[in-house]
Design a protein around this ligand. Structure first.
Ligand SMILES: N[C@@H](CCSC[C@H]1O[C@@H](n2cnc3c(=O)[nH]cnc32)[C@H](O)[C@@H]1O)C(=O)O
Ligand SMILES: [Zn+2]
Length: 430
């Protein structure tokens, strides 16, 4: 057995207690073998004066959109997509997506993220980048049929199902897949009626944007006389393995529907605030028994991919939304960014326990803004930043050591991404 020791850190366990321990990892299986004291291994990572947490899981993103960071700010969702984002994406090549994915993965590894879900296009390019990066991912091809003719629409939906079937289990099992209709209003119901039964037969999960803005709730209520999540349930899209992004404008009935169906919600507070989409009732969703995870959404509506930033946003927005300072407390935030997202995505990560996957982030506590060390769960939710992450480990492998990413050439990726993004922006504006 090749073994790795994470030595002398303060370890955050699944019950949210923190105590000093060594973690012994079997690198062949990628699993945590033992948590204890005075353990030894072939390889060691020092974690003294550090907090060892489960690696963060970004439950909803469009990672290659890092190329569009800062290009389309200060607009609401529909105008942002139609005037800026979709025109830019229509000129994006497979190579552009590959470069964007590498930049986004670099940013995620550097902020302690070890797993994520992504909806985009040219997805085999994202598969290749994930394979090299060493993280875990649930990937899918995003389908849009509005504004497309029948042939193009059908091809887009087929592509999403085919991708999910072909790539499940890729990158030595680190990649899983889902069927990903973009939203309940951007994919025609005839396509859902035809494809969802095929997706179900193949045992594939479904992921989509739901109830993000009032502009996508109202048309469904007007056209079909039912709430969006009733419409989703009628189309067979509300199963325990399914997860929806946002869930901002959900009523009491839809919260019960989600809880009874076992469908998870990925909360994206920064995107919801930046696009002024609204405040998701996160505390009420959790009180109703819904599993809630945390996601950044794309970097053009955030504008970064750090889950530590997102956790702080979730706590702040959750309190304002509930008009209650005790809503969405620190422990809940940390659970959302680890176990919550992991469980929504069907990952077996998100906790530090023997026999569980060794997906970890080690956070350097020797910082003025993390002093004094009164409550490390509070620090994770409210004070720590992505740049405090010292080491990142996924599947038992070291992805970043002392802030140096080992699976990617940081300098060349940043340079290439800058060139790719400049050319993309000049193609769109020129
Ligand atoms: N195949 C589709 C692309 C869908 S990928 C998923 C899409 O979601 C878009 N997106 C990013 N953030 C959000 C959001 O918050 N709400 C809705 N869509 C988003 C993103 O720009 C991307 O176009 C097509 O032909 O256009
Ligand atoms: Zn999104």
């Amino acid at each position: 057995m090749t073994s790795l020791l994470i030595a002398g850190g303060q370890v955050l366990r699944s019950d949210m207690t923190v105590s000093q321990a060594d973690i012994l990892i079997d690198q062949d299986s990628g699993l945590i073998k033992k948590i204890g004291s005075d353990l030894t291994a072939e390889n060691t990572l020092q974690a003294a004066n550090s907090l060892v947490t489960p690696g963060f899981v970004n439950g909803h993103s469009h990672v290659p959109m890092v190329l569009l960071r800062g290009c389309a700010d200060d607009k609401p969702l529909d105008r942002w997509l139609e005037e800026d984002i979709w025109p830019a994406e229509s000129t994006m090549t497979a190579d552009d997506v590959h470069t964007g994915a590498k930049l986004g993965l670099l940013e995620m590894i550097k902020s302690g993220t070890t797993g994520f879900a992504d909806m985009y296009f040219h997805v085999p390019e994202i598969v290749a980048a994930v394979d090299q990066a060493g993280v875990r991912a649930l990937l899918g091809h995003g389908v849009v049929t509005t504004g497309k003719d029948a042939d193009k629409s059908l091809a887009d939906v087929e592509k999403s199902l085919e991708f999910a079937q072909e790539y499940d289990g890729a990158a030595d099992g680190r990649i899983s897949t889902a069927f990903m209709p973009h939203s309940l209003v951007t994919v025609g119901s005839e396509y859902l009626e035809e494809f969802v039964p095929r997706v179900r037969e193949a045992g594939i999960p479904i992921h989509y944007h739901a109830n993000e803005t009032l502009n996508e709730v109202t048309p469904i209520v007007n056209d079909h006389g039912i709430r969006p999540l009733d419409y989703a349930a009628d189309h067979g899209m509300l199963e325990p393995q399914d997860f929806v992004a946002h869930g901002v404008h959900v009523d009491e009935h839809e919260m019960t529907l989600l809880a009874e169906a076992g469908t998870s919600v990925i909360h994206c507070p920064a995107s919801n605030m930046k696009l002024a989409s609204g405040m998701a009732p996160i505390q009420r969703l959790m009180d109703a028994g819904v599993t809630v995870g945390l996601g950044t959404d794309g970097a053009a509506s955030n504008n970064d991919l750090s889950l530590l930033d997102e956790g702080r946003d979730a706590a702040m927005l959750g309190k304002i939304a509930a008009n209650d300072a005790s809503a969405v407390p620190a422990e809940t935030v940390v659970q959302m960014m680890t176990q919550g997202s992991a469980s929504a995505l069907g990952f077996h990560s998100g906790v530090i326990e023997e026999g569980e996957p060794a997906d970890l982030a080690v956070i350097d506590l020797e910082k003025p803004h993390l002093t004094p060390r009164n409550d490390l769960v509070s620090h994770l939710a409210y004070s720590a930043a992505g740049s405090d992450v010292k080491h990142t480990i996924c599947d038992g492998q070291i992805l970043m050591r002392d802030r140096e990413v080992l699976t990617f050439e940081e300098e060349s990726i940043v340079k290439q991404a800058q060139q790719t993004a400049s050319s993309l922006v000049s193609r769109v504006s020129g």
